[in-house]
Design a protein around this ligand. Sequence first.
Ligand code: NAD
Ligand code: UD1
Length: 338
Amino acid sequence: MKVLVTGGAGYIGSHTCLELLQAGHEVVVVDNLRNADRQALTRVMELAGRELAFYQFDLRDEEQLARVFYAHRMDSVIHFAGLKAVGESVSIPLEYYANNLGCTLALCRQMAAHGVHDVIFSSSATVYEQGNRMPLREEARLGCTNPYGWTKFMGEQILRDAAAADSRLSVVLLRYFNPIGAHPSGRIGEDPAGIPNNLLPYITQTALGRLERLTVHGDDYDTPDGTGVRDYIHVVDLAQGHLKALDYAAAHRGAVAINLGTGQGYSVLDILHAFEKVNRVKVPYVVGPRRPGDIATVYADPGLARELLGWQARLGIEDMCRDAWRWQKNNPQGYRGA
Ligand code: NAD
Ligand code: UD1
């Protein structure tokens, strides 16, 4: 297949491009590099031993996007491009709505104009309302607490409505749980700008000595050890889920939402201890207050992905912790040090 990958230079996008190339697909990336580095794509090509086509521009620039669709006869699209920092979305909500919804609208229009009907969309477990029973099934109640989450919720709705209006469309809305880890080569991985908000990059940068200590955000939740429980999923498993979704999209019409998680919940201390054990490093930490907006426990029911896509996660938290550390240790400054 020839696949347009928007946001393909980013964390999940780069891992997915590698899996696509290794599976023999042709890959065309559009990314404005707002939150990514060109190095990621260079390394993807090195690892795959194959080339991909790369265009650097803002996806909302429809003239340039139309040229890419003219130049390549695309079979399908994987749409990663978007801004993703929850806290930042609260400070600059309009930019989040403009960017994330603008990208999705521009993409839908150009797909329609060029007769491309299959699209995989990066959604998130964040679209589920708080207060649902765990594990989360796809039909659980939806609702968000921040602008980032609403852009995912609205992105899903835009694509569902487009599919309802055009019976040729095939839309797979993938709701990711907590992607962590890196490619086992240690060549590509997560490279957050500034001080990380998410748990794993905070742990790896603390292990490296770039940060002094981890703050565990609360140990008084109603969970086995009092710290927050999440469904962490290895980014390579997640990337492979996208290839399965492409096959599914090619064989079906209409819109469907599917969780990509492992179905296993791990606490902050489970992850911290697994990281220390497999990597034989110490990660100093203190327990602080709860982080506003956090909830005790989130994990997926991954049954629909198994049923419809024939996909399930294979890698465990030890693989996630080992691979995250190999990437960070080999690239202490991320791609910027290269
Ligand atoms: P990322 O920031 O590493 O990748 C997103 C990419 O999109 C970046 O390379 C960025 O430069 C590009 N981009 C942003 N706006 C663009 C625009 N207007 N035009 C062209 N390119 C643009 O993030 P990621 O972690 O790889 O996430 C990929 C997708 O998955 C995002 O849509 C994100 O919201 C979603 N998601 C991520 C997580 C997670 O924890 N990482 C969880 C759930 C959903
Ligand atoms: C965050 C986002 C969510 C996004 C998800 C996937 C928020 C509120 N939500 O979820 O929208 O889809 O990432 O990437 O940001 N923790 C600490 N110390 C830290 C960092 C985190 O104890 O320094 C704890 C958190 O309290 C939580 C767990 O680690 O219990 C995971 O946190 P994080 O990696 O930020 O992911 P989520 O909060 O699940």
